[in-house]
Design a protein. Sequence first.
Length: 249
Amino acid sequence: MIATIQYNSRKLKIDLSQPLDISIPLTGKATNINAWYIGPPKIEPEIIDGETVSVANGAVVNFNTITFNPHSHVTHTETVGHITEEVYSINKLLKEFFFLAQVVTVAPEKLGEDYVISKKQLKFALGNKKRDAIVIRTMPNMRDKFSRQYSNTNPTYLQEDAAEYLKTKGIKHLLIDLPSVDKESDGGELLAHNAFWNTKGKLRFDATISEFIYVSNKIEDGMYMLNLQIAPFENDASPSKPILYKILD
């Protein structure tokens, strides 16, 4: 199905029959992605009056209880409430769901013992393009991103001025294939989170950060329409399912 979307002053055609899912699912297995020093998620049949409620065990329905942390176990979208004393709900703050996005591929730079994404790299990738969202794919980009165990591995992160640049550029939605935009152990500074959400000034309540995405190598860099879908959790973050659509000429 071809749909025409009036986006600001532009009419854009997208093919709704060709969605490009850039989320990582929650599996309930030990091989599920993981970060931040907690155990794996669990998806297990509930036990009621000593009986396991699953069709395989003789029940008429499957009745699973799911235990997980969105920041540790699954593609998720978070709001400024992730780092403020007042916990602002992503379900209340994310009011629109379609955005013009730029997919960019970045090879992290070595900085001491770290690997980082720099302002220079993002400026080169975005140029003079005006976008609402940026989708960052880091190299190397292998399927092990679906099962990687990130705790105590010091993953790649954004430098503070890179996040500041995205804010100044007008990017409202930052999506990345890492557990965090910040360094794993930074003494609680969270420089990139704070810069992107402008916590030293007027908070950017309409800005979001999505982490733990996966952008297939089959998806080319360029402009897409992004549908940012979340579960209606009254929480600072929610599991999410970002979908890209190609924009047709």
